[in-house]
Design a protein around this ligand. Sequence first.
Ligand code: GDP
Length: 684
Amino acid sequence: MSRHRIVRAMDYNDEYDNYDDVYGHSVDDDSCISPTDAQQWLYDRARGQHSMSAFIKNNKDIQEEEEMSEEVVTHEKDRRDSDNFQLPVLNDVDQAKLTSCIDEVRNVVGDQVSERRVVETCINFDYDITKILDDILNNECDSKTKQHKPISEIRTSKKLSVQPTSSVAPKLITPDRETISSVQAPPTIKVTAQPLSERDIRRGFEVNSPQVQSSPVVSGRNTPVDEEVNKSISAVKISKEQAQRDARKLYSQERGDQKAHFHMIVIGHVDAGKSTLMGHLLFDTGNVSQRVMHKHEQESKKMGKQSFMYAWVLDETGEERSRGITMDVGYSRIETDTKIVTLLDAPGHKDFIPNMISGATQADVALLVVDASRGEFEAGFEQGGQTREHALLVRSLGVNQLGVVINKLDMVNWSKDRFDEIVGKLKTFLRQAGFKESDVTFIPCSGLSGENLAKPAVDPALKAWYKGSHLLHVIDNFKLPVRSIDRPFRMSVSDIYKGTGSGFCISGRIETGVLSVNDRVLVGASREQAQVKGIQIDELSQTNAFAGDQVSVTLSGVDMSTLSVGCIICDPQNPIPVTTRFQARILVFNVTVPITIGYPVLLHHQCLIEPAVLSKLQAQLHKSTGEIIKKKPRVLGNNSCALVELETTRPICIERYADFKELGRFMLRVGGVTIAAGMVTKVR
Ligand code: GDP
């Protein structure tokens, strides 16, 4: 019988099938040594073996026990040390801290280190897990890991897995042993500290690649593309028009006289009032008719949720309405004096962050909505709240202009003090997150009453102290993002579906370049060739689409199953690198257990969510200067910046940040929390 039966799940009837005589039976075990067999080996005074020396003399062939190997001796010593060790007497709080610290340490180092060593280190470092692991990994494990089991292997054997929280996340893959063992070789990279010029100073998220080249025109050039791929790429026959297209000229011909268009994502903690604010703004700008608004009012009244009538303009599904939360990213458009803005209303609830991330990858600017009422702002801003998480996410995904709506100010009687208090807290945080002060505007509003949304403030309590712009004016004044039209074509796929005609459709954002009907493109990591049969923007057919456009594309010549959400479609002349291993600079901001080699994560790159492991920790860098603080660190804690290597199980399309900003950024998440943001510095 196996030792590891799952007793709780056991059906006792099955266990005793065909085994009637359950009670009172005894078990014959053939492998047992019978008493007679065993007797010859036993020392027995009764048989005249009066002295031990006589016994030894008569039993010459007694085998000497083999000497214990060095490894066994050390292990044995550790075990005895642990057996003899008595846990110190601690108060309840310290006892709890100690137990959880020991668990975390054991998760990483297994039972290689003695109990005494672990406990003493925990107490000496006041239960600071980063310091504890750093100390143990640097000193204790150093000598052992050289000969014995590597830390990453122990970590995987403990089955540390990543928990995606949304249905959007792909199936979990715990990094297998093969992947990990390839990771175990000590990093051989030589990183030397460079003298820094003022120009090299980087702050917060501006973690540019150290090898930024002045004008890298084409991607993939820095990455060796293998022979097979080269052959398949050269086999792609593209038309003369596609090969010699003048993108800028085409753009000014087609769009020269149109209003500028950009995408704006609305982010913030759940219930901050994002949907209400956007719904009201759409209504005030004439994008929702009186009739539709009246219908929403009646329906919401019927359900006893009248306060949600504006939110219903954006929250379209029944479940969103009944639960009163936004789950998917909603799209709608407003027109200001000079611009057309596509609004992306992102879900605030933390379970839907993957949806929010794919929304943020499409955004050029962001509107951060915070609830000004007492206690609510604090709940959203503290650890676990989505205000910080969203702001960090959009910044690391490349959004650098931010409008901050201090919403529901009607609930605190338009208090200037409360407004100033919130602005003070957010300013410090946003500066640290990498937003320039000149790119952030704070606007006091009420999404419900419509105060200061599309018209200047009228409430005397607000007018008394606020002389700034209303929300629509702030949106109209956002600087236009640069469209990378004359770069090689890249598009990230956010949805795949069967269209009405032949072929199938993909939708997503064109990151760089131009796409025209009849173009040939390469699809995802497989680099299969497809042809563009049709392009649609806002359900209208187009001949050309440009960087920054959100499009639906009909493809033919390739099987639908070749594509997956998150893959990249690219120009066959200048294809995107495909890899399973790349080097990156990461900024760690939210880990409970520090990062060590073999740390499993979910890599979020554009719309792609892919399991990965941190296979090498090459250097810890100074957060602001980028200078190397420590080579080959053993652990990376919160607020650390580092040069690391990441490995994915399946090949992915990724670019160096220096070549394509849009495709060289990523996020790392674990258990539903974003733990780090990164930029690709080298594709292996
Ligand atoms: P979301 O989860 O951020 O989209 O928040 P909703 O737009 O669904 O709003 C959540 C709740 O806050 C709803 O009951 C709204 O009526 C309420 N609300 C939104 N904006 C305001 C506001 O400016 N003032 C007041 N008093 N309540 C608001």
